[in-house]
Design a protein around this ligand. Sequence first.
Ligand code: PMP
Length: 444
Amino acid sequence: MSNLFYQTRLRRPLLDRAEGVYMWDVDGKRYLDGSSGAMVSNIGHSNPAVLEAMRRQMEKSTFGYRLHFENEPAEEFARQIAARMPQGLDRVFFVSGGSEAVESCLKLARQYAVAIGEASRWKVISRFPSYHGSSLGALSVTGMSLMSAPFSPMMREMPKIPAPTCYLDRDDLSDHERGLKYARYLRDEILRQGPETVLAFIMEPVGGASTGALVAPDSYYAEIRRICDEFGILLIADEVMSGAGRTGQYLACDHWGMRPDLIAFSKGFGAGYMPLGAMVADRRIADAVIDSGGFIHGFTYAGNPLACAAGLAVLGEIDRLGLIDAAQVQGDKLSRRLQALMQRYEFIGDVRGKGLLLAFELVANRETMEPLPVGLNAHNRLVDLAYDRGLIIYSRRTRGGRIGDHFLVCPPLITTDEQIDEILAVLTDSLDAFAQETGLEYGA
Ligand code: PMP
């Protein structure tokens, strides 16, 4: 009996050690980390340069409270992050995780509106499905009703618009027109709410667990930015999962030249070496809030020197190993291999994503994209079959909307060609086993 508890009674084996893309449990069984944990371990496990940087920092100091001391790792990391951001997005606020990063964006946005005399603005429009975190503020903009339902009396549900799930659409529109169609939902919602009450729009530029690596048509991104500007609304990019190089650019937004006003980072930002995240803010926003009396917000562990030393070393390894290019190159290879699986398995309805943020979705009917019956429990079952065979993948069944069982295949950015072969071999074996036990057709 363990004293620990998480979400359910599901317990996994004890982790012993991890190196590169592999992890071993205490019984010596090896697993290929095909989802980088929860899209976290972007540079792989036990990277020697990061461990060495952490060791050096640990010998100097592991904590200094921000009201008493600045620290060099935080200063230098902030400097290097700012240098990678679009012009003017150069104010960095460190936190310890993704929910804290999102929460910080929501609160800074609100204080900015108050600071510039627009206190009527407080609504943050978001999308459904979407995931922005577990804390009550982040949950209020999360579009997954199952996650927020029990807490609804305790939070203020924010307005939601449909995420651009174009792959489910069966109309005659071009990609360009579809992008504009989904962006128009934002404009309509702003007008419905009253533009003077709307503070911000938050979105995952490439979707994460909620939508399974959803990418919108190119036209969507420019139009979203234009609409935010038209109504003086701040654009918050939740790059917690898509950021730090996973999609083949440091920011997923960079693929479309979309300049957000606020950015939330975590996951690959600290790459699992320390709990770490950040909000990056446009300087006009951060400075207005600071000058109006200060940002009424802060976490005790923010800017922790050990966490920042780890993050700085992770960034150094991303550069030294060329991992942003690798995400693109290896992502293209893995994506082609996943698409090829669609010939063997009629029940794979879609393969999507960008760089190494990739997903496939299982369906009952590829033409109509009807989901698999809930009773098949596909999202858990396929993960377990792969896990038994030594491959870790990540899944969700998002209800509300028509989204069904999707699976993220997002190995570390250091994944080699041989390891991609290994992922595909185990995945194929697992899909065969899934088809056999469910009676779904496959072959060839
Ligand atoms: N935003 C996105 C897009 C995420 O994927 C996640 C985590 N899955 C979060 C926010 C919340 O991050 P954390 O779990 O570190 O609080």
